[in-house]
Write a protein that binds this ligand. Sequence first.
Ligand code: NAD
Ligand code: LMR
Length: 333
Amino acid sequence: MFSRIAKRSFSSSAAQNYKVSVLGAGGGIGQPLSLLLKLNHRVTKLALYDLKGAPGVAADISHIPTDSKVEGFTPENDGLKNALTGTDVVLIPAGVPRKPGMTRDDLFNINASIVRDLASAVAEHAPNANVLVISNPVNSTVPIVREVFKQKNVYNKNRLFGVTTLDVLRASRFLSEVVGTNPANERVSVVGGHSGITIVPLLSQTTHKDLKEDVRDALIHRIQFGGDEVVKAKDGAGSATLSMAQAGARFAGAVLKGLDGEKDIIEPTFVENPIFQNEGIDFFATEVTLGPEGVSKIHGLGEISSHEEELISKAKEALVKNIAKGQTFVTEK
Ligand code: NAD
Ligand code: LMR
């Protein structure tokens, strides 16, 4: 059995054992995400759950010779309970993806109840786990998880994350294409939320703050609406899956490093954040430091340009509604 107490008594210099669960592991994101997690040496147990397909994915990747045990679960035989019991990190990519012409908010009617029900199971079987929400619309699904956890008295604001890492990947990639550099060297902080104008890349904090205004605006627009490029190219077959798997694996890897006691693990993520709470915006993505208890520090915005201030104020107008929509979905039922 995995024991948190036993784990903490080890020296922080040696990598510990972690169980990671993927809910929605049979899907477009879930499959490559599970593959990438199988390659992470900190993951020693990988539990894959889906309504269908997870046992096949588990059997497939279990042949990869890394030092971890993979198991697949379906709803039969207490599958969700068994996938979650003893887990340290839960990733949730369960839910439907967009088709051309849809916004992420159009997914709310289907995905809200999927996420609510999975959150309820996490509260019951893994109340201390770190929960990484991928299912869209993230700006609303993360508040849904919070409300479910609050109702079940297990909410810990330091352990609930909306995964916005794909925006960070896009920002570094698209910026590098504009300025002709290696994206591996371009780190961009992306704040706000995860949809359209709520995505605010802080380009003024990079070494490329003097981009011409039209170039800057086109770049910001591409980062904000990058998801649409993939939805259009997939032509009805879904949205980003492979780049999202990389983003999810990177963020989960950062969370695991934090749990493992590594220092200075900093990533942007959509968390309960005091920054604009007095304006009724309970969640906001900023950079956070990840540690043994999940979020150990929430960073402010740092120095931003007046243009970025304008972008953030537009983002806030949308976010306040997105967050309220998620919250009331749970509280008004
Ligand atoms: P998909 O349809 O390929 O896979 C979704 C999987 O979820 C399916 O296998 C399905 O069986 C499973 N599922 C549905 N209900 C379930 C339940 N109650 N329990 C367990 N599994 C369940 O979709 P996808 O392309 O993998 O996308 C999944 C979600 O991720 C979508 O909502 C999409 O919009 C979102 N997404 C988010 C980001 C982000 O940056 N946060 C990026 C890309 C996609
Ligand atoms: C993305 O940013 O690619 C995802 O949120 C999926 C989508 O609907 O665009």
